[in-house]
Design a protein around this ligand. Structure first.
Ligand code: UD1
Ligand code: CA
Length: 455
């Protein structure tokens, strides 16, 4: 028996009040639909069909490279109608798992359990919610057997009092959907073809519908508006923070960390409040990240400290380094062990060798710097001539005085010395001193200008 997944993603999501199709809204740094696709992939299905309609081209191109089978639903006539569009492409012997593109947190393990229960009869994932408003309610008979789902808009007052809801997620043998879906009507409040109605049709035919209740109701929460999106985001971040702490990471406050990608941590890592990690970030043993830091696609070596308010992107930081506070490491920055980059320093495509220091107020771009170099405050590598970028090379042990401008392409040899305030345009050889500034003149007996009378 093979498994085929159908993900419903054709709706506009009008309650989001946005021009972006709902399933493209970002949750923890990736589109809602990507979360659902990723959970589906974990089950290794034969095919993942995605039903698209509203903003179809935009949705398709956002996932262009992935192995998905796209099904177009031209008019959004309801969830039942949406699954019906996918049916012709589904094998008769398959088990079908239906997922909603706007229910992003469901875990692969609860999906697996549902699929296993659906070999011969439909299985529905339900949840008990404190506030079930907006959801379809699950109606049961006196013995507790599943009877039907009634949508909130169609429900009576007593039905609305039911706390058990339809999560939207169900699994069923394909032939059962082939038998019952075409019979689903649309005589309801919204004049839509409701998917859960296949279940009541099956029950009427004597087919028992299996139900499973989701362990954590927040994980089956649907995203219909910005408020729910933020609630789902918080829930996901809470889960990630908990997983980090279980793995031994110390967080100043688990409610004030955002992980929008993967964060891998060694032992004895400490993360202060309000840090954001996106893309793939790796923190070595004993790393400390100060408050309000942003790290994207960055690796930090053992024992390094990233101080408050630093922004690092596509950077690689060695061991025992200090970065910040207020440092900006742009893509292609590579710090050797024990290097220091201090406050108000910007680096880009820069290799800063072991033990080198750029401690204050500098721009270091397109630069190859050796070991043990000292860069004084206010140093600028002038890497751009308005057309092309050029490289600055600085040898081991060189000393660049404060407020130097190094006009690339240029090279400072090993142990070279640049006097403060110099503009360097020619190569400085090994151990040479370069002074590239106007000579100081002191004028004696000079009188300051006096105030001139205004008319
Ligand atoms: C749906 C369920 C409801 C359940 C809730 C769980 C139905 C009729 N209702 O309600 O019982 O409690 O989800 O979150 O199934 N879609 C299409 N084509 C359409 C209509 C919808 O692809 O014609 C897609 C949407 O893009 C969305 C999903 O199906 O991803 C659910 O649609 P939505 O309108 O959000 O349904 P709810 O009112 O939330
Ligand atoms: Ca929904």
């Amino acid at each position: 028996m093979s498994l085929e997944v159908v993900i419903l993603a054709a709706g506009q999501g009008s309650r989001m009040r946005s021009s972006l199709p709902k399933v493209l809204h970002q949750l923890a740094g990736k589109p809602l639909l990507q979360h659902v696709i990723d959970s589906a992939q974990e089950l290794s299905p034969a095919v993942i069909h995605v039903v698209i309609g509203h903003g179809a081209d935009q949705v398709r191109s956002a996932f262009g490279e992935q192995p998905l089978s796209w099904v177009e639903q031209r008019q959004q006539l309801g969830t039942g109608h949406a699954v019906l569009q996918a049916l012709p492409a589904i094998g008769e012997e398959s088990t079908v798992l239906v997922l909603y593109g706007d229910v992003p947190l469901v875990s692969a393990s609860s999906l697996q359990a549902l699929v296993s229960a659906a070999a011969d009869a439909p299985a529905l994932l339900t949840a008990n919610l404190e506030d079930p408003s907006g959801y379809g309610r699950v109606l049961r008979d006196a013995d507790g057997a599943f009877m039907a789902v009634v949508e909130h808009k169609d429900a009576s007052a007593s039905e609305r009092a039911v706390g058990e809801v339809n999560t939207g997620i169900l699994a069923a043998p394909a032939r059962l959907l082939q038998r019952y879906l075409p019979r689903v009507g649309n005589s309801n409040q919204q004049q839509e073809y409701y998917l859960p109605d296949v279940l009541s049709l099956a029950v009427a035919d004597g087919v028992a519908v299996h139900t499973a209740s989701a362990a954590n109701p927040l994980q089956v929460m649907g995203v219909n508006d910005q408020l729910q999106l933020s609630q789902v985001e918080r829930e996901l971040q809470r889960l990630r923070a908990e997983a980090l702490m279980r793995a031994g990471v110390r967080l100043a406050d688990p409610a004030r960390i955002d992980i929008r990608g993967s964060l891998q941590c060694g032992r004895d890592v400490y993360i202060d409040v309000n840090c954001v990690f996106t893309g793939d970030v790796v923190l070595g043993d004993g790393v400390t990240v100060g408050p309000n830091c942003f790290l994207r696609d960055t690796t930090i070596g053992d024992g390094s400290e990233i101080c408050a308010m630093s922004h690092l992107q596509s950077a690689s930081v060695g061991s025992a380094c200090t970065v910040g506070p207020y440092a900006r490491l742009r893509p292609g920055t590579c710090l050797g062990d024990e290097a220091r980059v201090g406050n108000f320093v910007e680096t880009k495509k820069a290799t800063i060798g072991p033990g080198s220091k750029v401690n204050h107020l500098s721009y270091v771009g397109d630069c190859e710097m050796g070991a043990g170099v000292n860069i004084g405050a206010g140093t600028i590598t002038c890497n751009y001539d308005g057309v092309n970028k050029h490289i600055t090379r600085i040898g081991d042990g060189a000393f660049v005085g404060s407020n130097a401008t190094l006009v690339a392409p240029v090279e400072i040899g090993a142990d070279g010395f640049v006097a403060a305030g110099s503009t360097i345009t020619r190569q400085v050889a090994t151990a040479e001193l370069a002074v590239g500034r106007g000579k100081q003149r002191n004028i004696q007996g000079w009188t300051r200008p006096g105030k001139t009378d205004k008319d």
